[in-house]
Design a protein around this ligand. Structure first.
Ligand SMILES: Cc1cc2nc3c(=O)[nH]c(=O)nc-3n(C[C@H](O)[C@H](O)[C@H](O)COP(=O)(O)OP(=O)(O)OC[C@H]3O[C@@H](n4cnc5c(N)ncnc54)[C@H](O)[C@@H]3O)c2cc1C
Length: 556
């Protein structure tokens, strides 16, 4: 049988690839190859209801009845589990990086906290790789477009969880500036389900690519193949001409006569390029990895209040070490949550499903915060290939000492978070900032090297010079014609913000290049983009879930 031919093949349907697909599908023929399952209503967007398939998938994972396909994660097929080595030269003390594997990628699994980076980040892009035109002003309309499509809005106070309210009040008393995140969870019923499960929202209220851009692309004629794993970009005569992928154990070739876009995320994009031999042409493939190492902080609250119930779990983050102009700012993620970790059960972020919920139930008097180091100064690297990638991210040297900047950032941040918890009335916090320095250092080191790092970026970074980058300003490969990367991998250096918003803004920017320069079409003249926050308002209805003992009431 002849190979199928498309104008554009996009590998990966996450924040980068999914967004791009939705923007370009009406201008040419598009094939989307996605390794993960499709769990969303085919009539999406259908926020608030979801599909029976999606509800089943999500419920099974949440209850722990889903059959995982590996031993690392309860969430099984929703994630790739990739070994990550955080201690230099140490092959034993490995963390596990969970990378999304589902239609919509990280946009389907994430917390939905929408953050634009700080102004200083845009200057940093040019300083790091000389990339041109990646300015705040030129990105503005791309952020606005994404925010409109994803119904980004601020959470009304009545939807905040009680710990977030208290945390913000305590910050205000202490004179610590706070910012409240916006979110792209539209008509979220705050059932507490998805945040705990780390799976796609069972009611489709998370405005992921799976319910926004991917259905839009399909409606415009794009083909989505889910559950297929790209093995290689086919390169002939220095040009990307197609992709080989595995479907039901068969190796199949699809051809692209204009463009191949690799959007597999910051770990799997360099891994796929390595499987395709691009690293032999450009040694920067897989280099320059930066991520956001994190430490969970726990506080024990007095009294009998059940901090676990109601609208998910608290995640009040000191975004520390970010902007030198405002280093102490705290970010309040109202109504979002990560586990309050404890010295007794050192859970990590990559820990989802029933085990996660059981732990939350067991520690009802704890509130938690999560500290990200947003500006690490060290770099890591992705090695291996698409079927066995490996991450080296040595934040700790051979002697077991955490890199100085990270250590200082975390200590200062921990001191601040502890002060806020004390102001809230906490009777104990952990890690305890008053521990003897050696013990505190090793406690932080253990937390960081076991809980890994979130938000990997920069492994195929964009730049003005191929000596220090993998793709150019338009995210086109320096070394292979008709090859684009469009995802977190192209970000030139770590953002001082969670990256989802910026990846979509980047994909919007890439889509204009593809439509005009690759497909030779005119950009549509659309209606003016409404200002930030002007999208439809969040409609909050109280909901519940009979399959979940904490939230009885709604049919799964
Ligand atoms: C649990 C969690 C919570 C998060 N919370 C937030 C948040 O609140 N706010 C925020 O801004 N960011 C958050 N993030 C980060 C954000 O979601 C990611 O940075 C973003 O989704 C990355 O987009 P991407 O396009 O680079 O990759 P992804 O969205 O990861 O997409 C890559 C896609 O490629 C597919 N793929 C990989 N390899 C292959 C292959 N060989 N063949 C076919 N398909 C393949 C994957 O299955 C995946 O769907 C969170 C991430 C996680 C995991």
């Amino acid at each position: 049988m002849a190979d199928a031919v498309y104008d554009v093949i996009i590998v990966g349907s996450g924040s980068g690839g999914g967004f791009l697909a939705g923007e370009i599908a009406q201008f040419g023929s598009v094939l989307i190859l996605e390794a993960g399952p499709w769990t969303t209503s085919t009539t999406a967007p259908n926020p608030g209801y979801g599909s029976p398939e999606g509800r089943k998938f999500s419920t099974q994972i949440n209850l722990g009845t889903y059959q995982p396909d590996n031993t690392f994660s309860n969430a099984g097929k929703a994630f790739f589990s990739i070994p990550m080595y955080m201690i230099e030269g140490n092959q034993i003390n490995a963390s596990t990086q969970r990378e999304p594997r589902v239609v919509g990628g990280g946009s389907s699994l994430n917390v939905g906290a929408w953050l634009r980076p700080r102004a200083i980040d845009f200057d940093g892009f040019a300083t790091e790789t000389g990339v041109q035109g990646w300015t705040k002003a030129l990105f503005e309309r791309h952020y606005q477009k994404a925010e409109t499509i994803l119904h980004v809005h601020r959470e009304p106070q009545q939807n905040w969880n009680p710990a977030s309210v208290l945390y913000q009040q305590a910050c205000q008393t202490l004179g610590i500036p706070t910012h409240v995140t916006a979110s792209n969870r539209h008509r979220c019923i705050f059932c507490g389900h998805r945040l705990n499960a780390g799976v796609p929202c069972k009611y489709d209220s998370l405005m992921s690519m799976a319910i926004t851009q991917i259905p839009k692309a399909i409606k415009a004629g794009a083909t989505l193949l889910s559950g297929v794993s790209a093995q290689k970009v086919l390169i002939e005569g220095g040009k990307a001409v197609g992709v080989q992928y595995l479907q039901d154990g068969q190796l199949i070739t699809a051809r692209a006569n204009k463009l191949v876009v690799v959007s597999c995320g910051a770990i799997n994009t360099p891994a796929l390029l390595r499987s395709s031999g691009v690293h032999l042409l450009n040694d920067n493939v897989g280099r320059w990895l930066q991520a956001h190492p994190g430490v969970p902080v726990d506080a024990l609250m007095p009294g009998t209040t059940d901090w676990k119930t109601d609208r998910g779990y608290q995640w009040n983050v000191a975004h520390f070490g970010g902007d030198p102009a405002s280093p102490n700012d705290t970010l309040i993620h109202a109504s979002a949550g990560f586990p309050a970790n404890t010295p007794w059960v050192a859970a990590s972020v990559g820990f989802f499903g029933k085990a996660y919920k059981d732990q939350m139930r067991a520690f009802r008097q704890r509130v938690g915060a999560y500290i990200f180091e947003l500006k690490p100064q060290n770099y890591g690297r992705v090695l291996g290939d698409i079927n066995a990638p490996t991450i080296l991210y040595p934040v700790v040297d051979k002697t077991g000492v955490l890199e100085k900047k990270s250590l200082n950032d975390f200590k200062q941040s921990l001191a601040q978070v502890s002060k806020v918890f004390q102001q809230m009335g906490a009777v104990a916090t952990y890690p305890n900032v008053d521990l003897p320095p050696d013990i505190l250092n090793s406690t932080l080191t253990i937390f960081i090297t076991t809980s890994g790092a979130l938000h990997p970026q920069g492994t195929c970074r964009a730049g003005a010079d191929r000596k220090t980058s993998v793709v150019d300003t338009n995210c086109m490969s320096w070394d292979v014609q008709n090859l684009m990367c469009c995802d977190a991998s192209v970000i030139p250096n770590a953002l001082r913000a969670n990256p989802n918003a910026t990846i979509m803004a980047l994909a919007s920017r890439c889509s204009e290049y593809v439509i005009t320069n690759i497909l030779g079409k005119q950009l549509p003249v659309g209606p003016a983009i409404p200002a930030f926050g002007a999208g439809p308002n969040l409609i909050s209805v109280q909901g519940a879930d009979p399959a979940d003992p904490d939230f009885p009431g709604v049919t799964p």
